[in-house]
Design a protein around this ligand. Structure first.
Ligand SMILES: [Ca+2]
Length: 313
């Protein structure tokens, strides 16, 4: 009985203990499952790349890289805006003529680029010109220059209109450019002639100089002759030979006052009258170039260079 009793009791105790253990085990299993589910859910909701240390470093590097790119883009954008502003400033301060270059501190004579036309003008273009920065206070724009005879001045209307030759040697700046340079401002004209004999350069100053547009055939208006070793032959009171008030003529467009064609006869474009007493575009070093500047230069054989310089005042 005791045994039985004891055995039954033991049996009951064992069963109770097992039940407790199984309960605990069950509870443990449930806990584990819940933990697993929680952990799994947690893990599965996390991006895989954050799982390892290496991946976390890569993520940081990527972030740093994009931050760098962003900063560089900002830097380049600021740089571009700065360049655009500088370019606009340059465009606004492009030199109109040689006088503006002189005012900006240029003191050496030579070839420079000027911008006589407004940006909105259909004719807008830069032109290269010779600037005399030494004679008569400097800042002179050469509209005509002959130094070596390499360019012929026997040219048609369009060539004289648009210009020809090179500012490094012989050239005519172009009647359109002369009109543009003298419009809306008072300008002076300074003429020089270099003698063939190597003597002193002759010159003449005029304190008023203007050329009308093509609709008036580039009519010349010159007045107020000033100092100079050359006699006045542009304004002087001679109805048949003065130059001021004349329209421009070329061999193909005769606007002179002569019954024949002065430009065709004298082989160069000019503001011919009936025909001239001053004419700087004749045949280089030729006896056929008559009265380059009456009566000091009666033949082209006496002339070894010319220039017509203008400056606003
Ligand atoms: Ca005629």
């Amino acid at each position: 009985m005791f045994y039985l009793g004891s055995s039954v009791k033991d049996n009951k105790t064992t069963k109770k203990s097992c039940k407790t253990t199984m309960d605990k085990l069950a509870l443990s299993m449930v806990f584990r499952i819940i933990c697993f589910l929680i952990l799994y859910g947690d893990i599965s909701s996390q991006p895989l790349y954050e799982n390892s240390r290496e991946d976390r470093i890569t993520a940081k590097e990527t972030e740093f890289y994009y931050q760098n790119v962003y900063e560089r883009e900002n830097f380049l954008e600021n740089q571009e805006n700065s360049w655009k502003k500088k370019l606009d400033l340059c465009r606004e301060t492009l030199p109109f003529d040689c006088k503006e270059l002189y005012m900006n501190g240029i003191r050496k004579s030579g070839v420079y680029t000027i911008y006589p036309w407004e940006k909105t003008d259909p004719d807008y273009r830069p032109i290269k010109v010779y600037c005399d920065m030494e004679s008569e206070g400097g800042g002179w724009t050469a509209i005509q220059r002959r130094v070596n005879g390499e360019e012929t001045f026997t040219r048609n209307w369009t060539e004289y209109k648009l210009g020809f030759g090179t500012p490094y040697g012989d050239y005519w700046i172009g009647n359109e450019a002369i009109h543009q340079l003298t419009t809306g401002r008072n300008s002076s004209l300074y003429v020089t002639i270099t003698p063939m004999d190597g003597g002193v350069v002759s010159f003449k100053m005029y304190h008023q100089f203007y050329v009308f547009g093509e609709d008036q055939n580039y009519t010349l208006q010159v007045a107020n002759p000033g100092s100079g070793s050359l006699d006045d032959r542009l304004v002087w009171n001679d109805a048949d030979f003065k130059t001021t008030g004349m329209q421009f003529s070329t061999f193909d467009v005769d606007n002179d006052k002569y019954i024949h064609n002065c430009a065709a006869a004298h082989l160069g474009g000019w503001w011919f009258n009936r025909c001239h007493s001053a004419f700087l575009n004749g045949l280089w070093h030729s006896g056929d170039w008559r009265s380059a500047w009456y009566s000091q230069y009666l033949s082209g054989r006496e002339v070894n260079g010319t220039s017509m310089l203008i400056k606003s005042h």
